[in-house]
Design a protein around this ligand. Structure first.
Ligand code: SOE
Length: 377
């Protein structure tokens, strides 16, 4: 197995999910490459050192620019806040490094387009971490749709609900809370949560033609962790939109961080002419399936426990009936990346595919501001 030397930028929540995936992937999957945790990079050297000791990185950097000329680094993985994605990815690609990037790709389509151009000009392998595609039940949904089992699709219905920003005492800016600072994050729940719903939807149901949206910022000012001052909140706290897909189906999308009681309720339902499916992140190993072709007296919703060896990814894990969870979606993503790299291509979603999601989020924000229907680029 060839070695693939990884430099990871960022040691927050996403840095942990990625490191865990790189460490475990070859324990469970036969891949042509073995990831090596070469460098961890974070501005806070102490934190990076603790992270390196815990996850087994060989050495620490505090300036990502040092990674760019590092001959011992093959791939730069970006898990730092959104305002750093474009600069690091572009520099890494120009230096001939492979690039992986946490979602969303850029803060806006202008940044994302420049990132796509950089990896395509340099012809380097690239991928964006839209991990929920790799939940086995979601991948099974994709297979069922592609096999034509749902027939013509009429409806796509999806939400991503959280409640962690309801308190007005929560500051904006700083570790984790940079998600509330529009200058760092780019947008609020539209880019952070709806981007997941959109990525999955584009994958399962094809392109979106047009959207009409509304957004709201419920708490208008918050103390900024870095300045200590009360400052305007410029992100969207909640975002909902109607969409028309290119295949003629209609959709509703909603995301919020103000749905008291919900921590990460990501669900989608798809209604087709012949069958329907429902998936719920809180019960992620199950796929609800209704097939109108069943004999009428037996017709009803089936709850498929997606843990059998013939289900996507599952033969690599335990024995049928024993489920897996959130961390495994990242492991699957690395496994696919390494396998596709061996085959000379980039795993999906590539930067270019993730740009399509950014075009939808941009249209959503534009529609909310203009209160009109907006065509998606
Ligand atoms: C926000 O709370 C967040 O952590 C997102 O940033 C992730 O992308 C999502 O998977 C879970 O929620």
């Amino acid at each position: 197995m060839k070695k693939l030397n990884i430099a990871l930028v960022g040691c927050g929540f996403m840095g942990r999910t990625h490191s865990n995936a790189f460490r475990k992937v070859t324990n469970f999957f036969d891949t042509p490459y073995q990831p090596v945790l070469k460098r961890i990079c974070a501005r806070n050297g102490e934190k990076a050192k603790t992270f390196a000791d815990r996850w087994g990185f060989e050495s620490v950097e505090t300036d990502w620019r040092k990674l760019i000329d590092d001959k011992d680094v093959d791939l730069i993985d970006i898990a730092s806040p959104n305002d750093t994605h474009a600069e690091i990815a572009i520099a890494a690609a120009k230096a001939g490094k492979m690039v992986m990037c946490e979602k969303p790709l850029g803060r806006n389509p202008t940044e994302s387009e420049a990132m796509v151009k950089a990896v395509e000009d340099a012809k380097v392998a690239n991928m964006v971490w839209y991990n929920y595609r790799r939940v086995p039940a979601v991948t099974l949904a994709k297979q069922l749709i592609d096999e034509g089992r749902l027939g013509r699709i009429f409806h796509y219905r999806t939400v991503f609900l959280q409640d962690w920003t309801i308190s007005s005492d929560l500051p904006q800016g700083g570790e984790g809370l940079w998600r509330l600072d529009a200058s760092i994050a780019g947008s609020g729940v539209t880019g952070d949560l709806l981007a997941h719903n959109i990525d999955t939807a584009l994958w399962l149901n094809g392109g979106i033609e047009e959207v009409t949206a509304m957004t709201e910022t419920f708490i208008k000012t918050r103390k900024h962790s870095l300045t200590g001052k009360e400052e305007p909140v410029k992100i969207d706290d909640a975002s909902a939109f109607l969409a028309r897909f290119k295949n003629g189906s209609l959709a509703t999308f909603e995301a919020t961080r103000y749905a008291r009681g919900h921590k990460a309720l990501y669900t989608f339902e798809i209604n087709g002419e012949k069958a329907s499916i429902i998936w719920d992140l809180h019960d992620l190993h199950r796929l609800q399936y209704f097939d109108h072709n069943d004999v009428s007296k037996l017709r009803g919703w089936r709850s498929i426990h997606v843990t059998d060896t013939e289900h996507p990814y599952m033969k690599h894990w335990w024995v049928p009936g024993l489920q897996i969870g959130y961390e495994h979606t990242f492991i699957h993503q690395v496994a696919d990346f390494l396998t596709d790299l061996g085959g000379g291509k980039s795993a999906s979603p590539t930067f270019r595919e993730a740009l399509a999601t950014d075009y939808v989020t941009a249209a959503v924000l534009e529609s909310a501001a203009s209160k009109t229907w907006v065509k998606v680029r």
